[in-house]
Design a protein around this ligand. Structure first.
Ligand SMILES: [Zn+2]
Length: 475
């Protein structure tokens, strides 16, 4: 529906959104082959179209977006493939396209998910599926998570093709279904197409934790890992009887005793190289001894005050250790009845490089009751723990460094879950980035919340970041 998006309005909106903060002031002139001012307008228009295709999951409806992507690329002379429709079910699909390189090294894949979480129209100021351009922003569910990112990838891909730029590596564009619910899209794609996946070395997709506060970019994040979901159910079984005469075989007693041990367990603290670098990037925004503690967390963890301070902040604590959080509890449903069974669900998150078999043994040792059963809840996500010293990592680092001079590059690991571990399990090196500069508060409120939007200036930032990163891989 480009009619709702006339060029004059778009240009006016871009002009209205003149620099208001220092965030964008330092962008460097583009490589000569790309007219980024034009490209960002075209990208905004494409994003608006993409947002108008409602891919709320459930049910997903990604076949419609896959067809749209195929049409857009066909107009550029690039053949796209709609895949996995039978396996993913009615209305669903994955999508794949490739730009051949000159033949040097395995491919770089730009990967996004086409589905979005549902939106409640009444809570939004604009139609979440209207693709509205207003106040210099494209509004809609998925603008940040992650259709906006996907369209920036798509248009960078197209820009290279138009400019006749050939990388040595193939450049691959992948759009998956179902990231927001089960990751069925990426898992199906990886499982069914070893021929396509096997030719890929790197995946560049969503991340990360770039921090923008008060118009200042504190750090640019390249996600390099993810804590692993390791959910367990702890079950005690005993003999049901009347609560007035305890028999000494009450499963609730045994369960709470074990839980008390787990809650009191201070899991070992360990600083991984990625987290160390993440903390170092944060150091310059602290003063005094706190700056020192972040700059050298290894040393700080050896001192009582440094350790206490580092662990006192919940997000930092979660990056330094495995966490065990009891959540769901069941026992009797009557005050005077001892149940036959009592159970607790444990939300366990492991550092990316933890050996799960060894951790399970450790967990059983802490529970210290052979009569308790420890069952798994769902699958354990594969290990995702990318190296910091690769050609693509350095290319992102250089591109971000040129766009944001003086801003430190941080390497967070994520405590949440995404599709990346599935790609990592197939042997691909995955990095997560946010190709824009969005205020912390705005991102927190709008991603999976209301009034999600992406500014046209951020679209230009993302295009520059991607094009410069990919050109940086040219040999
Ligand atoms: Zn996402």
């Amino acid at each position: 529906m480009p009619k709702a998006f006339p060029r004059a309005v778009l240009v006016a909106a871009v002009l209205l959104c003149a620099p208001a903060s220092s965030v964008f002031a330092q962008t460097r002139p583009a490589p000569p082959a790309t007219d980024f001012a034009r490209l960002r307008e075209e990208t905004a228009k494409r994003l608006a179209e993409y947002l108008r295709i409602n891919t709320s999951n459930p049910p997903g409806n990604e076949l419609a977006t896959a067809r749209w992507l195929k049409d857009v690329l066909a107009r550029e002379g690039i053949e796209g493939r709609i895949l996995d429709t039978a396996e993913l079910g009615p209305g669903r699909a994955n999508f794949y396209a490739r730009l051949p390189g000159t033949g040097g090294g395995k491919a770089i894949a730009l990967v996004h998910h086409m589905d979005v979480v549902p939106a409640t129209r009444a809570q939004w100021s604009e139609d979440p599926f209207g693709g509205v351009l207003k106040d210099g922003h494209v509004w809609g569910r998925g603008a940040l998570d992650m259709k906006g990112h996907g369209i920036i990838q798509l248009m960078a891909f197209i820009a290279l093709k138009r400019a006749g730029v050939q990388l040595s590596r193939d450049l691959v564009f992948i759009a998956n279904a179902d990231e927001e619910i089960g990751g069925l899209g990426s898992r199906t794609f990886i499982q069914r197409h070893p021929d396509l996946v096997g030719g890929i070395e790197y995946v560049l997709t969503e991340g990360a934790d770039t921090r923008v506060q008060g118009g200042k970019v504190r750090w640019f994040g390249i996600d390099v890992g993810e804590k692993r979901v390791f959910w367990k159910k702890l079950i005690a079984r005993g003999t049901t009887s009347h609560g007035s005469v305890p028999l000494g075989d009450n499963p609730v007693d045994r369960l709470v005793t074990a839980l008390a041990r787990l809650v009191a367990w201070e899991t070992p603290v360990r600083l991984t190289p990625a987290v160390d670098r993440f903390f170092k990037a944060q150091a310059r925004y602290e003063t005094g001894e706190r700056r020192g503690w972040l700059a050298d967390a290894e040393a700080a963890l050896g001192t009582p005050r440094g350790r206490t301070w580092l662990l006192s902040e919940p997000e930092r604590n979660a990056l330094l250790r495995n966490t065990i959080t009891p959540t769901v509890l069941t026992g009797s449903n009557k005050t005077n009845t001892i149940p036959q069974e009592a159970s607790a669900e444990l939300d366990i998150r492991l550092l990316p490089d933890v050996d799960t078999t060894a951790f399970r043994q450790e967990l059983l040792r802490m529970i210290n009751d052979p009569k308790l059963a420890l069952e798994s809840l769902g699958d354990v996500a594969p290990r995702y723990d990318a190296p910091l010293d690769t050609e693509l990592f350095r290319a992102i680092e250089r591109a971000a460094g040129r766009l944001l001079p003086g801003v430190p590059i941080a390497t967070p690991i994520s405590a949440g879950a995404s599709d990346r571990p599935y790609y990592a399990a197939a042997g691909l090196i995955c990095y997560g980035i946010d190709p824009w500069l969005v205020e912390l508060e705005e991102g927190r409120l709008s991603v999976h919340g209301n009034n999600e939007r992406l500014s046209v200036r951020n679209i230009e930032f993302g295009l520059r970041l991607y094009v410069e990163t990919l050109l940086g891989m040219r040999r």
